[in-house]
Design a protein around this ligand. Structure first.
Ligand code: DQA
Length: 149
């Protein structure tokens, strides 16, 4: 049984720490990765942490997760609000999917208030800054343990 949680981040999240820090915080993506790795290790899991600005690349990774991962944590960033193709790829997974956002999109502009990803997600963590990723990993680990995967 895989103990690898795929932690995938979408467009512009490579700029974390400098991109609208008043919304997304000052932690860099590397800081987030380090926090995720420590959290997962404490729970007995490994993470495969990746970021891409490209929709098709994210879809390739989601398909790869079918074969290699026990769960997926996904911050789809802007693609969450637009991508039917990412939704379709998530629907091929039989493992837990935790949607994750640094901000709380439901409290922001109208166009951010829903995501396609939510239609396939097991659950959503949003609004806790970099901590959202750690909470999402905790949720994913609990879902994996519960499912006995
Ligand atoms: C985000 C929220 C999205 O609305 C936005 O497009 C992002 C980041 C977040 O983590 O809060 O790029 O997913």
């Amino acid at each position: 049984m895989s103990k690898i949680i795929f932690v995938l981040s979408g467009p512009n999240l490579n700029l974390l720490g400098t991109r609208e820090p008043e919304i997304y915080g000052y932690a860099t993506l590397k800081d987030v990765e380090d926090q995720c790795r420590a959290k997962a290790a404490g729970l007995g899991f490994e993470i495969d942490f990746r970021q891409s600005n490209h929709e098709g690349v994210l879809i390739d990774w989601i398909q790869e997760a079918r074969l290699k991962a026990c769960a997926v944590v996904l911050n789809p960033a802007g693609y969450g609000h637009t991508s039917v193709a990412i939704l379709d790829s998530l629907k091929t997974l039989a493992i837990p999917i935790v949607e994750c956002h640094l901000s709380n999109p439901a409290a922001r502009e109208e166009f951010r208030r829903s995501t396609y990803v939510s239609l396939a997600a097991t659950g959503i963590v949003s609004g806790f800054g970099a901590k959202s990723y750690e909470l999402a990993i905790e949720a994913a680990a609990a879902l994996v343990a519960k499912s006995g995967l």
